[in-house]
Ligand binder design. Structure first.
Ligand code: SAH
Length: 290
């Protein structure tokens, strides 16, 4: 089955949302419409629609003009099993002592690494993104410094790559959570594939809003690789859930957003420990003062 995509960008959120709503009313109707902020600091919004039947390009052009958007780029997407395709393309990633690989590379795992089997699937966290690598390297640095963490939480776990990495190092159980139920299912599959059942528990939660996350607190280490906005919103509850002298590893920040997030966390009561830039993305390690 062929799919068609129609994508455009425009500067204002209200216009982007209005354009998204107008797309729903097209004939032939789209099977899905998405409105997203482009996370590159440009302030642009992306509006996209997916169609089974070839969309009416004149109607799209009119809608774009009315809402002050660029012309839609319409593409025909061939019928490809994207997950299988991406899986074949993904090469293993080395971050500190960790080695993140898909099952097609199971034969390539070198000696002396902490292996993490993560399949490409409908969740973020195959190890290829600078934010995931930054978090794994930050964890590696804590381990090298001799830190031993008993209670660990992975907030916004995606594939659970970070929670599983911690569970490979320290013996105590880790709790991993995500706001997205599909991510939680993917996380549970990965936990089983890595033989970490009973060591990494996955729950669906927004931020810390889950009784199991409350019951496991205070945490000696919290990962949160989510975007700047949610990280700022989570600073106070994060502090409430961090043990004295506990660490947090934060990522999902563009390099130019790092100062603002670091200062915000300092005001809440954390001391900066390290800052790591990988490509456009920054990972912060901070420590609760007492
Ligand atoms: N920890 C993984 C995935 C990071 S992607 C890694 O480092 O690679 C960010 C994840 O956070 C997504 O799966 C998203 O669904 C989740 N997320 C976003 N906002 C959240 C929130 N407020 N609470 C919990 N999870 C959230």
């Amino acid at each position: 089955m062929t799919t068609f995509t129609a994508l455009t960008t425009l500067p204002e959120k209200p216009s982007a949302e209005a354009l998204g709503a107008a797309l729903e009313a097209l004939d032939p109707a789209p099977t899905g419409v998405g409105v997203f902020e482009v996370e590159d600091g440009s302030g642009l919004w992306e509006v996209g629609a997916y169609f089974i039947d070839r969309p009416d390009e004149i109607a799209l052009a009119l809608l774009a003009a009315v809402h002050g958007a660029r012309d839609f780029a319409v593409s025909e997407v061939p019928d490809v099993d994207w997950v299988a395709h991406v899986r074949r393309e993904l090469v293993p990633v080395r971050a500190g002592r960790f080695y993140v690989y898909g099952s097609h590379d199971a034969d390539s795992v070198p000696d002396g690494v902490e292996p993490l089997l993560v399949e490409a699937a409908m969740a973020f966290g195959t190890g290829h993104h600078g934010t995931t690598q930054g978090c794994l390297q930050a964890l590696d640095a804590l381990v090298t410094a001799g830190e031993v963490k008993r209670r660990v939480a992975d907030i916004g776990c995606g594939t659970a790559v970070l929670g599983m990495a911690a569970a490979r190092i320290w013996p105590d159980p880790v709790i991993a959570s995500d706001i997205d139920e599909v991510a939680v299912e993917v996380a549970e599959t990965n936990v089983r594939a890595n033989g970490l059942e009973g060591r990494v528990r996955c729950v669906e939660a927004a931020g810390f809003d889950h009784p199991d996350l409350a019951a496991g607190a205070p945490y000696d280490l919290i990962f949160a690789n989510i975007l700047k906005g949610p990280l700022i919103d989570l600073a106070a509850p994060m502090f409430g859930h961090t043990a004295p002298e506990g660490h947090v590893i934060l990522s999902g920040l563009l390099n130019e957003q790092a100062d603002e997030v670091r200062s915000h966390y300092q005001r809440v009561g954390y001391n900066p420990v390290s800052t790591l830039e990988i490509g456009d993305w920054t990972t912060l390690t901070l420590r609760k003062t007492t």
